[in-house]
Design a protein around this ligand. Structure first.
Ligand code: G4P
Length: 522
């Protein structure tokens, strides 16, 4: 490893923002980019969303329902660090996409609405982060509005998430009187992020003087209690996922965002080690390795291109280099890797571990793919979830069956749906985790492939990937249950059941068969 490589990698901070819809994720992303210097004026993130929406037909769904479907990445450089924000769709129907994106981050910012506390999506996403030991920084947003008592919010985080909290700042005032925060360790007052905002103060009284008379005493008591009762920040506990540093602010009114960026720089870890099938890969190894966690098709409808989003796990990616695709063993040329900034893409000449690059391709790359400089290894952990909705696709024009099969295959490779081909030759079944994914499929089949389709109930409602230690057991099961077996995109066998009762029944009848709801790409 060269010094230059180690230095470049140590400056990377790759993170996602997790939040329940409406907590302020979009606003916060925009402000991180604004105060991080990536965009000139707040509003570009939303403006960009609008532009893409009017350009691309299939995203009509997103526009109509006011949800963000697309996952993307945004990069900015601030005070020596390179920050990569991986955006995730907020709607739970696209949860599988979000979970896969979380495999590509080293840290997460958890945004909590100060009036609502921990909401269901926050909890779910937090659990995924915990499974992967992703350290979490908490941002309590909307302090400019009516909010809950700060201690109550901290208690809720501790109880519902079993996560210790260490407030780094403390809010000064509430709703109308909210005017910034107090940095507990530095004894500094933070005003608005738009101003020269740091002011050293001598004690709580000096801070309280910023508040109306009737709130001052309560604030002083609160600050003393916060100092006494709250845990101090501990970097090791944070990195292990046992403790979260907490910041208070308002993304909309520009409070607390700079402190959050600084915390990401100071606390969030540089690129983590990644577990592969044969060994663990360290970020600072010389050789480049990467995995694909997301495919986005038709970002530019004029060039039917597909962008594979690849997280670099180690080393340095140079434009023009060749990489080995583990799934096929074939070499692919990385001729036009791209970086994504707030409002544009740019060719990536050099990218380092921690960075995410978009690799344009015409179907060569799939979700879960591993790229290396030649070594045979496969990164583990990119999940594939057993769909909760199974449907048969009905074509209005039966002559187009072949075209439909190709289109479904492509959609499945992108991760829009999962495709199951029954062993008995009956028509393909598509599976999704959330119903909105079916809407996206229908819209895209019609817009991009002129294939109007409808969906029919299938007699199955549950599916599980099946395997066995002894291949003979698996063969026996597949032969016995042929009518209920299908193959996924990789040819792996899947058992389709009518309902969870029959699934349990079969699991008891065939104890040698392992039935799993989550498959990791291999
Ligand atoms: P999301 O991506 O998590 O779904 O949330 P988003 O940022 O879109 O914010 C949801 C709503 O909350 C938006 O209002 C936004 O302006 C508002 N908001 C975000 N941060 C704050 C804050 O710190 N304080 C206050 N008071 N409001 C905040 P909206 O009316 O739904 O959308 P818009 O018309 O403003 O775009």
């Amino acid at each position: 490893m060269t010094d230059e490589l180690a230095e470049a990698i140590s400056r990377r901070r790759t993170f996602a923002i997790i939040a329940h819809p409406d907590a302020g994720k979009t606003t916060l992303t925009e402000k991180l980019l604004l105060f991080g210097g990536a965009i000139q004026l707040a509003g570009e993130v939303k403006a960009k969303k609008d532009r893409i929406q009017t350009r691309s037909d299939w995203m009509k769904i997103e526009r109509e329902r006011g949800i963000s479907v697309v996952t993307s990445v945004m990069t900015f450089e601030y005070q020596g660090n390179v920050f990569n924000i991986l955006d995730t769709p907020g709607h739970e129907d696209f949860a599988d996409d979000t979970y896969r994106t979380l495999t590509a981050v080293d840290a997460a910012v958890m945004v909590i609405d100060a009036a609502k506390g921990i909401e269901p999506r926050t909890l779910k996403l937090f659990e995924v982060c915990r499974l992967r030991n992703i350290p979490i920084i908490t941002f309590i947003n909307k302090m400019d509005r009516e909010s809950r008592d700060p201690f109550e919010i901290l208690d809720e985080v501790e109880e519902k998430l079993a996560l210790d909290t260490a407030p780094i700042t403390w809010p000064i005032g509430r709703s109308k009187t909210f005017c910034g925060s107090y940095h507990l360790a530095a004894n500094e007052v933070r005003g608005s992020d738009t101003e020269e905002h740091t002011k050293k103060v001598s004690g709580p009284e000096a801070v309280a003087s910023r508040l109306p008379q009737n709130e001052q005493e309560a604030f002083i008591d609160e600050l003393l209690l916060a100092r006494e009762a709250c845990k101090p920040y501990d970097q090791d506990m944070f990195l292990e996922g046992h403790l979260t540093p907490v910041f208070w602010g308002s993304a909309l009114r520009n409070f607390g965002v700079r402190d959050l960026i600084n915390a990401l720089g100071a606390f969030a870890p540089p690129p983590r080690d990644q577990v592969a099938d044969v060994r663990t890969v360290h970020a600072t190894e010389n050789k480049m390795t990467a995995f694909v966690f997301k495919i986005q098709a038709n970002m530019d409808p004029n060039h039917r291109d597909r962008i594979a989003f690849a997280r670099i796990c180690s080393g340095r990616l140079e434009r023009g280099m060749k990489a080995r695709l583990a799934r096929t063993g074939k070499q692919i040329g990385l001729t036009a890797p791209q970086f994504f900034f707030a409002s544009q893409r740019q060719l990536a000449d050099t990218a380092y571990a921690g960075d995410v690059v978009g690799i344009p391709n015409h179907g060569t790359l799939r979700i879960g793919d591993t790229l290396t400089e030649g070594e045979q290894l496969v990164f583990q952990g990119v999940p594939n979830f057993a769909p909760e909705i199974l449907r048969r696709v009905r074509l209005e024009d039966a002559m187009k069956a072949k075209k439909l099969r190709e289109a479904l295959q492509q959609m499945a490779e992108e991760g829009v749906v999962q495709l199951f081909l029954p062993e008995d030759g009956s028509p393909a079944i598509v599976g999704v985790v959330g119903a909105l994914q079916l809407d996206v499929l229908k819209e895209r089949l019609s817009a991009e492939y002129t294939l109007p389709v409808s969906f029919e109930m299938s007699r199955f409602s549950v599916c599980r990937w099946v395997s066995a230690d002894n291949p003979l057991d698996l063969d026996k099961f597949i032969t016995a249950r042929r009518g209920d077996i299908a193959r996924d995109l990789d040819g792996d066998p899947v058992f389709l059941a009518q309902d969870s009762f029959s699934l349990r029944y079969e699991a008891e009848r065939y104890p040698a068969i392992k039935m799993v709801a989550i498959k990791e790409y291999q």
